[in-house]
Design a protein around this ligand. Structure first.
Ligand code: FES
Ligand code: FES
Length: 156
């Protein structure tokens, strides 16, 4: 079967077709940027985009995304190697501690800023509140998302 992922059509072993998107991405395609956390749709570690919408891949059946555009952390960087503004902002603000949740945090933030390019602090907190960080990096996450919005304005 085929998946459209990060602008490419990738062949996926049929064995992953009955499962969820997270394992198709990680084990089937070997793209390990997407993280497993709770496996129950709660923590947000596994967030990817499906047709531009932040989606929890651990509870999303593969069959539900065939023919749709999937984007993962690996798809954020520009072809010339330039980091996405959200990636750059998370580095600038030195957000991660253990970093386990960060792929999901970044993907959630990218989807949010594509909907709201100049958010208030309250809007950022509301958009990010369901992506859990066990290290408690929430203040830096908020600062990084605000910084990413500023960086995106500078390059646009
Ligand atoms: S691993 Fe998917 S929401 Fe926690
Ligand atoms: S940085 Fe450790 S869980 Fe978020």
């Amino acid at each position: 079967m085929e998946l459209n992922i990060n602008g490419e059509v990738r062949q996926l072993d049929e064995a992953y077709g009955d499962g969820v998107l997270l394992w198709a991405i990680r084990d089937g395609l070997g793209m390990i940027g997407t993280r497993y956390g709770c496996g129950a749709g709660i923590c947000g570690s596994c967030t990817v985009h499906v047709d531009g919408v932040a989606t929890r891949s651990c509870v999303t059946p593969v069959e539900a995304v065939v023919g749709k555009e999937i984007r993962t952390l690996e798809g954020l960087q520009a072809a010339d190697g330039t980091l996405h503004p959200v990636q750059q902002a998370f580095i600038d603000k030195q957000v991660p501690q253990c970093a386990w949740c960060m792929s999901g945090q970044v993907m959630q933030a990218v989807a949010f800023l594509e909907e709201n390019s100049a958010p208030s602090d309250e809007e950022i907190v509301d958009a990010m509140k369901n992506n859990y960080c066990r290290c408690g990096c929430y203040v830096r996450i908020k600062e990084a998302v605000a910084h990413a919005a500023d960086l995106a304005q500078e390059v646009s």
